[in-house]
Each structure stands twice: as C-alpha cells, then as structure tokens.
Design a binder for this molecule. Structure first.
Ligand SMILES: [Zn+2]
Ligand SMILES: [Zn+2]
Length: 386
C-alpha cells in the first residue's frame, strides 16, 4: 500500500465516523463536568472505544476519570490526548468537547492500522486540565514512560501553530490577625485585611513581564469587626520554570511585607501541581501544518492580537516527551476562549468542522511518525526541554 493510499484510508475512516464523532462532541458539550468529575465524558468515550473494537482501561492511573487505550504490539508509540473537562458557570467555553472528539477520531482511524504498519498507539483520556493537572499525575504514574511523541489539538478563534504558554504555580495565602470592635476599640484588633491589601499592593507594584493575578477569597465577616482572618488566592505565571522560581520568591516577599506592615502572621501554601511551559516539537509541528494546509487550513505563528496565552498541563508532557499543542480554529476570528460566545461555537458547524479536521490533522501527523524513520530521528533530536 502506498503512503497516499494509507492516508486516504485514514481520511475515509474519519469521514465514515463523522456522525459518531459529532455526537460525542455534542453530548460532552451538553454535559459539562468540572475537574476530576468528568464521569459522563469518561463513560461515553470509553464505551465508544470499546464498541469500535479498542480495549481500554477505565479509571486509569488511580484517577476515576482518566483512561488509557493501547493498540499495537511493536514499533514507535504515539499518544493522542483527549481532554474533556469544562469550566464553572460557562460550560465548554474552552471547547474540550472538540479536543475529546478529535482525539477519539484520530485514535479510531489509526487503531486498525497499527499492526499492519508496525506502530503503537496510546489514546489517553486526560482529566482536569483546567487547574487539576490530570496529566501531571499521569506522568508521575508512568503514562508517558514509553511514548515517542504526544499530541492534541486545542480549539480557539484562530488557526495557530502553537499557544503561548506560561508556567504557573497557584498560591493560597492566609493572614491571621485579631478581631475587635471596629468602632469601640479598633486599637485592640490586628487587621488581617490590611495585611492582605498591603500585600496585594506590593505585588501590583511588581512590573515583571510575567503574569501575577490574585483575588481575596476571605476578607472578614462584618464591617464593624476588625477582620481577624483574610485570605488571597494567587496565580503566579512566568514564561518558563526557572523564571517562575525567581518570581515566586519575589511574590512571597511582597505578601510577607504586607503581613509585617500590619503586624499579622502569614501562612502560605503552594497549590500543586504546578504547570510547566510548553516546548513545541518543531519538526512535528511542521508536519502537522503541512497536513493542515492539505485540508485547507493554514496554521500561522500567532501575531500578538491573535495569540492564545495561558497555561496547560500539556506543558508538563512536553518537558518529558516530544509534543505539540496546535490550535485549530473553531470559532470566528478573535472570539476568545473562556467566554460564553466561544462555548456556543464549540457545538456549532464551525466547531464541528474543527472536530473532523482536527482528527484528520492529528491522524496524518501520527501516521508520519509510524512511517518515517527520518522524521522520528528529527523529532528526537529537536526534543529539548526548557
Ligand atoms: Zn481553558
Ligand atoms: Zn482548554
């Protein structure tokens, strides 16, 4: 069979499952589930895999909503990742229903070819991308130990080679003061909110090229009681893990200075797992973009106004194995993810086309890894965690 004929088989397979894949996308969209609670999506995806003849381990890696389906007995192993968690209040505003259905479509198209072509495949269900770090736990528990390359697509309002990612560590800070009557004897109190506000102002005076954003999650009970307890939740983000370490120390100093100024005790807790920055594998991305162009899509290196910036646990995967995280257009240009408008597009015709094309672009790229030893060498050589 020629390469062209194999590619055509993969494309035909995905077209023949169009209804199935869109049904999966729409049903996950209609049942938004949060971090580690994605029982509906987990059940649906694993059931479809089995019905299509792919063995799957449910509740994999001690995570109730992760799964791991392996196909093939020898040769290079490619992982295709399915995310399926949603956001509080705005449902699938990050379009993870599209990620799940596209990953499923690519996996199902390659599965029947694995033994014939001498490749292996891992279809991984990775829960809790929106803050829970499902992939980080899966890395720690061995899911990526024997993976040669790993990929997924993420939807957005543009067609992009990559996403600008930042490494992130979340921080929870508690300030402890002493309550007192705010009118009768405020001098008897120690105001924990003053400490939190002073710390907040100190952080705001940092002017790094990084991103630090926080909110007060506790600020007191009543205006006439000097707050004895205040709490703030911070996201501390930096372009890479080394810079993040430096920034974390600076942020903590700012917050401690606030506590000291107000005479409060401060305690803090870094909320694990941290997300690392994404290192895109360029040779693999080149192939992905070639296949995208063959389907009439043209991923570009994002100009500032179209850049999708954020943090993802795919970054942690990319620090361990060669990986890509391209952006497939699933909404009109400029519609931002994490908005109600984006959630609408994620189940509309433009989102549906992203499912089908996303599956095809992934599958064709995965096929290249199996078939092209030269590419495998390039991919390995280009893998430089940073
Ligand atoms: Zn998101
Ligand atoms: Zn997302």
């Amino acid at each position: 069979m020629t390469v062209a004929a194999i590619r055509q088989r993969v494309l035909d397979h995905i077209d023949s499952r169009r209804e199935l894949l869109l049904d999966v996308s729409h049903r996950i969209h209609a049942n938004p589930e949060l971090n580690f609670e994605e029982h509906f999506a987990h059940g649906l995806l694993t059931e479809v895999l089995e019905r299509e003849g792919v063995d799957v381990e449910r509740h994999a890696y001690d995570l109730p909503t992760a799964f791991d389906a392996r196909v093939g007995s020898e040769g290079p192993t490619i992982a295709v990742l399915c995310e399926y968690d949603a956001l509080p209040g705005i449902g699938h505003a990050c379009g993870h229903n599209i990620i799940a259905a596209a990953g499923l479509g690519a996996g199902l198209a390659l599965a029947p070819l694995a033994d014939e072509l001498g490749g292996r495949l891992a279809i991984l269900g990775t829960p809790a991308e929106e803050g829970g770090g499902g992939k980080v736990f899966m890395i720690q528990r061995g899911a990526f130990d024997a993976i040669d390359a790993s990929m997924m697509v993420h939807p957005a309002g543009a067609e992009l080679r990559f996403m600008h990612t930042l490494a992130i560590h979340q921080l929870l800070v508690d300030y402890h003061g002493r309550a007192a009557h705010a009118a009768a004897g405020p001098w008897h109190g120690i105001n924990a909110l003053d400490a939190a506000v002073a710390g907040y102002t100190n952080v705001a005076a940092l002017r790094p090229d990084e991103r630090v954003h926080g909110i007060f999650t506790k600020s007191g009970d009543r205006p006439n009681i000097v707050p004895e307890h205040a709490q703030a939740h911070w996201f501390v983000r930096s372009p890479d893990v080394d810079k993040l370490q430096v920034l974390k120390d600076r942020v903590l100093s700012c917050l401690e200075a606030g506590a000291m100024a107000a005479g409060c005790e401060m305690s803090h807790q870094w909320l694990d797992p941290p997300y690392e920055n994404m290192v895109d594998n360029e040779p693999l991305l080149d192939r992905y973009c070639e296949h995208a162009r063959s389907l009439g899509r043209d991923p570009i290196s994002p100009p500032a106004e179209l850049a999708v910036a954020g943090s993802t646990d795919m970054g942690n995967v990319s620090q361990r194995v060669p990986a890509i995280h391209p952006i497939v257009q699933a909404a009109p240009r400029g519609v931002a993810i994490h908005t109600a408008a984006f959630a609408e597009h994620a189940r509309a015709p433009i989102g549906d086309q992203a499912v089908i094309d996303g599956a095809k672009m992934l599958a064709l790229t995965m096929l290249d890894i199996w078939l092209d030893e030269d590419l495998r060498r390039q991919v390995r050589a280009a893998h430089r965690p940073a």
